[in-house]
Design a protein around this ligand. Structure first.
Ligand code: ZN
Ligand code: ZN
Length: 362
């Protein structure tokens, strides 16, 4: 992250604080801390005021934190009691109205914090998350790189799929292929679901043997510089029959329409409707029971939402998934998922968008 990006992000939070009438914000959500400072540790809290930021973390990050954070924030390494140190720092800053992340802090943590402080503590929600929805060039590049890596890994693994494989064997080879190509981690547990199990949108990969004539649904991610890609492909094991082809085509067409039609300035509900209306018109509305997509960034699920209940407007610069599906209990399911950046001039595909049906010679 460049110094100028960090400065811009801090300035954006400072402007939000002013709008909300807050003197400072206690940031506890680690992806928010990473976005603001570059700190990748697993524990720490960040105080953000109009004049600067202070990161408090523990001994484990004594060398890592200053290295990653640079000039973005003052770093305090607390060896004994981080909550107590935080209280003292807040008292030293004496902000009259201190915002906390009400969606992150537990009730117990908030109580502990307010017990020792005279400051007025005010709940905020998604203050930093809303800013994070808008990606800068380096963030978009990282997601694009993660998607490219994900496609390469899948392309390497698909030809190795043979009858006799269990779902978990395929997941294991795919995860290994992702790591070998440089994925920092799997942003979520890889889903490999075969046959009737593909009818469960969030199936857990099992030890079931894959079988000829079935669909194989693979939903997986990759991570580069902390940024996630999220891809789903559904392939046929052997030649697909007429019903499989017809259901697949409906999902494919709905997904293409949505990823070409989605744009900044529309609501999440309008985006969702692009794909949903098509699937409903073909008689499968009941079989598309989840939302069209979600934002993508340092977290694999973040704002904005693309859903029938999402009234928020999609901002320029957001990266979202487009992932319609049709799930028929007992038979199987099809989902196709690509990642799209909402540029000022329209949607830009970050994943490869290659959704033509693959019939594996398994
Ligand atoms: Zn996914
Ligand atoms: Zn997704």
């Amino acid at each position: 992250m460049s110094e100028s990006a960090r400065a811009a992000r801090h300035a954006a939070v400072a402007a939000s604080l002013e709008r909300e009438g807050l003197a400072a914000l206690l940031v506890s959500h680690l992806p928010n801390i990473r976005w603001l400072t570059g700190f990748t540790g697993s524990a720490g809290v960040l105080l953000v005021g109009p004049g600067g930021m202070t990161l408090i973390t523990d001994f484990r990050y004594a060398s890592q934190a200053p290295q990653e954070v640079g000039h973005a924030a003052d770093v305090i390494i607390e060896r004994v009691n981080v909550p107590e140190r935080l209280r003292r720092v807040i008292e030293g800053m004496a902000p009259e109205r201190l915002g906390i992340e009400a969606h992150i802090l537990t009730v117990r943590e908030a109580e502990r914090l307010s017990a020792g402080l005279k400051n007025r503590i005010l709940p905020t929600s998604d203050l930093v998350e809303r800013l994070r929805q808008v990606k800068d060039e380096s963030e978009v590049a990282a997601i694009r790189a993660a998607a490219a890596l994900a496609h390469e890994a899948l392309a390497a693994v698909l030809p190795t799929v043979v009858l006799g494989d269990r779902e978990i064997d395929i997941a294991s080879r795919l995860e290994s292929a992702l790591r070998i190509r440089g994925s920092e981690w799997h942003p979520f547990p890889t889903i490999v679901a075969s046959g009737p199990r593909a009818a469960m949108p969030h199936a857990r990969t099992s030890t079931r043997d894959i079988r000829r004539g079935e669909f194989l649904l693979i939903d997986f991610g990759a991570q580069v510089d902390g940024y996630c890609a999220d891809i789903t492909r559904t392939v046929a094991l052997g030649p697909a029959d007429d019903r499989q082809r017809s259901v697949y085509r409906i999902v494919q067409e709905a997904q293409l329409a949505a990823r070409q039609g989605v744009h900044a300035g529309m609501t999440g509900r309008e985006a969702d409707a692009i794909a949903r209306d098509q699937i409903v018109a073909r008689g499968y509305g009941e079989a598309f029971g989840h939302s069209l997509g979600h934002g993508l960034g340092l977290e694999v699920h973040e704002g904005p939402r693309l859903a029938a209940t999402a009234d928020a407007v999609l901002p320029v610069g957001a990266v979202v998934t487009i992932e319609p599906g049709i799930y028929l209990p007992g038979w199987g399911g099809v989902r196709l998922e690509d990642d799209v950046w909402l540029g000022a001039d329209g949607p830009v595909l970050l994943s490869d968008g290659r959704t033509d049906l693959i019939e594996l010679d398994a």
